[in-house]
Ligand binder design. Structure first.
Ligand code: NQM
Length: 361
């Protein structure tokens, strides 16, 4: 007999995947990972025997439980299920899947919806990061429909506001893990930065590209992808991350002058496939580099005046606006980042895993 596990299949921002109550999965990590690999159909390039969509953005899982720290409503663990390797990476965050956590928690009765809107404090267990997430709950029920549009998702949905409270140095030792705003690897200037996501930023023109290429062009660019992977491995050591060969970070991002009225243009490799848009904390991290003097974005990005900055990060399917609050005494220092996402419950039910895994529960 196959084993059934209750799940809600949800879109969070521009990602999607099954969400589970932590108590419904095996408690030890190797067993949990075996189950998640089976749920998603990994390792297999097509994930044909599971729920995964054969793209990093659709090979994600959310695991949610009640908060255990004072003031924290919910704990969220994000799992990136690697498509073609038997590996589940829970090191980095995913701000897109995060958008579905509060709707999931209301659906599954972990928290009670308030009249109008409901704000919950979520602790992301991956990096110990807290944020406040506000969802629409007219009549005390979660509302998915509404007028908010995020680029990369067709149509409109109810807005979900995420306010990140402490993002610097999520996986790395600090915001600038090499201690410098600019490093040089193989004659290429890079900014290694982690404000929620470990990233290596470099100018598209410095690698002979425009930064305006389509996702298909980027993914077909074998020469660029090989160069980026060599750079990623070297940068991983420089950033104190050790050998990142098998990790899903750092993300690699080409930056260029904006060409659609935004602040900066990006093409983000996550890390081997070009993102159709940009990750949430990747956008926060790029936006942060834009306000920092001497980064590779300095000189190419276009920002308004003032101490609160809206940074519009252009990506292959539109733009992503990040509202940054800066420390008035040190405008290089980002104190908070707020942004808009949407989410939707796509399906509720049970996912089945092969019978030999039953003994793991
Ligand atoms: O950066 C893709 C995504 C992400 C991660 C990735 C994310 C984030 O778009 O916070 O959301 O970089 O692998 O879901």
């Amino acid at each position: 007999m196959q084993k059934s596990i209750p799940t809600l299949f949800m879109r969070g921002g521009t990602s999607r995947g099954p969400f589970f109550l932590a108590e419904d999965l095996p408690q030890d990590i190797p067993s949990r990972d075996q189950v998640l690999l089976a749920v998603m159909g990994s390792p297999d390039r097509r994930q044909i025997d599971g729920m995964g969509g054969a793209n990093p953005l659709t090979s994600k899982v959310g695991i949610v439980s009640r908060g255990t720290l004072p003031g924290v409503d919910l704990n969220f663990l994000f799992a990136q299920v690697v498509i073609d390797k038997a590996f589940v990476d829970t090191t980095p965050n995913c701000g897109n899947m995060l958008a579905a956590v509060v709707p999931f928690a209301i659906e599954r009765g972990l928290i009670q919806a308030q009249p109008g809107t409901t704000t919950a404090r979520v602790l992301t267990l991956n990096t110990d990061m807290q944020c406040d997430v506000t969802v629409q709950t007219p009549n005390g029920l979660i509302e998915y429909e509404g007028a908010a549009n995020i680029d990369g998702v067709p149509g409109t949905s109810a807005p979900i506001k995420i306010n990140f409270l402490d993002t610097a140095g999520s996986v790395c030792s600090g915001l600038l893990p090499t201690g410098k705003i600019l490093d040089v690897i193989d004659d290429l200037e890079i900014t290694c930065i982690d404000n929620g996501m470990p990233m290596v930023l470099f100018k598209a023109e410095d690698v002979g590209r425009t930064g305006y290429e389509s996702v298909a062009e980027m993914n077909a660019d074998v020469e660029l992808k090989a160069r980026i992977e060599t750079l990623r491995i070297k940068a991983g050591h420089l950033m104190g991350l050790g050998d990142v060969t098998n990790n899903t970070f750092p993300k690699m991002c080409l930056v260029a002058k904006p060409n659609a009225g935004g602040s900066v243009t990006t093409r983000c490799f996550i890390p081997h496939v070009c993102h159709d848009a940009i990750g949430v904390l990747a956008a926060v991290t790029v936006a942060t580099a834009c306000v920092m003097e001497g980064s590779v974005c300095d000189g190419i990005c276009s920002l308004g005046e003032g101490i609160a900055k809206t940074v519009s990060v252009e990506h292959p399917t539109g733009e992503f606006s990040v509202e940054l609050a800066l420390d008035p005494n040190n405008p290089q220092n980002v104190t908070q980042a707020a942004l808009l996402r949407t989410a939707r419950l796509i399906m509720r039910g049970e996912v089945m895993v092969p019978s030999h895994l039953s003994k793991l529960f």
